[in-house]
Design a protein around this ligand. Structure first.
Ligand SMILES: [Zn+2]
Length: 350
């Protein structure tokens, strides 16, 4: 197995600081590079002193007030979704929607892809991150996978699906009620295209799969390793795409059509652990995307990959954490060093 090389370069920055009476200030930067995509991220330890300014802690009074204020107009709450949500044509879903336990799947009113479903995650409107049980997530993910399989059955050209979530307005969600979004298209998203192309180039060069090599490299290195759930491997991202990023890889699954109940259970448990750990760290929002290779094709160079990141916490006078660095340059800030983040999250995996 080729060992994956985690590249980082160190830089010294000096300037006379008015915060120190004009004395010479020296700060050290570490610039990290993702081994597969080349995406960079920056760690400046001095910035961490300003963390409360750039990443304010969750204001729980505000969070609960927002939950209370939005519950009356929520189209999902108290079974309102049964009347208010759209339905798929019978040819796609016999009942128009899918239901399991407290979870329901229906079309997005304003799709951004040929297939774009919303999955209501439970009947409860206001949840904090410790409140996502594996059983609840299992139900939500089960109907997501059922939907993906059904779409592929009726429209095999639509082979690129992702399972996604925006949780809370700072993560881009327009509603507070917990939900997932399933997106399917004949074309991969820009990032999935990069993962597939670079994964193929790695496979041609090394004769092995980057994603399974990554699990083994992280497991052996240990400092970012969280643990295994079933066969899935969980770790913090060396050079994250978003703050406090946690990744998971399914080493024997290159696309969602290969997933069985045990794979869904692995994702539900790992997500539940990680969200609870985020909650303990007083984080209150997240985005996630789970990537699959083209449905029905067993690619030797790709494995299913989950990316889970924080966004700004809920607090008044919100400021988004995405700025040009992330949106346009596709570089990212590191707030908690991934190795320290792993030490803080790892407990839930033991
Ligand atoms: Zn609601």
């Amino acid at each position: 197995m080729p060992k994956i090389c985690f590249e980082a370069s160190k830089h010294i920055v000096q300037f006379h600081s008015p915060l120190k009476n004009g004395e010479l200030e020296t700060q050290s930067l570490e610039i990290r590079r993702d081994p597969l995509t080349g995406y960079q991220s920056v760690l400046n330890e001095a910035f961490r002193d300003k963390i409360a300014f750039a990443f304010p802690q969750t204001d729980y009074d505000y969070l609960h007030q927002r939950m209370e204020d939005t519950i009356g107009q929520c189209f999902m709450c108290e079974g309102k979704w049964r009347l208010a949500s759209p339905r798929y044509p019978r040819e796609l879903l016999a009942q128009g929607r899918l239901e399991k336990g407290q979870c329901a799947l229906f079309p997005n009113l304003f799709p951004i892809a040929p297939y774009h479903a919303v999955v209501m995650v439970g009947e409860k409107h206001g949840r904090t991150l410790e409140d996502f049980s594996p059983a609840l997530l299992f139900d939500a993910l089960s109907i997501s996978l059922e939907f993906i399989g059904r779409c592929f059955e009726v429209d095999p050209k639509c082979e690129f699906f992702t399972i996604n979530a925006n949780f809370m307005p700072p993560a881009g969600s327009s509603i507070m009620h917990p939900h997932l979004q399933i997106i399917g298209s004949p074309m991969p998203s820009s990032h999935l295209r990069v993962l597939l192309e670079n994964g193929l180039a790695y496979h041609r060069k090394n004769g092995s799969c980057y994603f399974t090599d990554l699990i083994e490299t992280e497991r052996q290195a240990g400092e970012r390793w969280l643990g295994e759930i079933g066969q899935s491997g969980w770790f913090t991202a060396f050079s994250p795409l978003g703050v406090n990023e946690v990744n998971a890889v399914w080493p024997n699954r290159s696309n969602f059509m290969q997933w069985g109940e045990e794979d869904i259970q692995m994702m539900a448990e790992g997500l539940s652990h990680t969200l609870a750990a985020y909650h303990d760290l007083k984080f209150s929002t997240f985005n996630l995307s789970c990537f699959s290779g083209p449905l029905g094709k067993e690619l030797p160079e790709f494995r299913c990959l989950l990316r889970l990141v924080n966004r700004q916490n809920m607090h008044p006078h919100y400021r988004t954490d995405d700025f040009y660095l992330q949106k346009l340059l596709k570089d990212e800030m590191i707030v908690y060093p991934p190795e320290q983040l792993a030490s803080l999250i790892r407990q839930g995996f033991r």
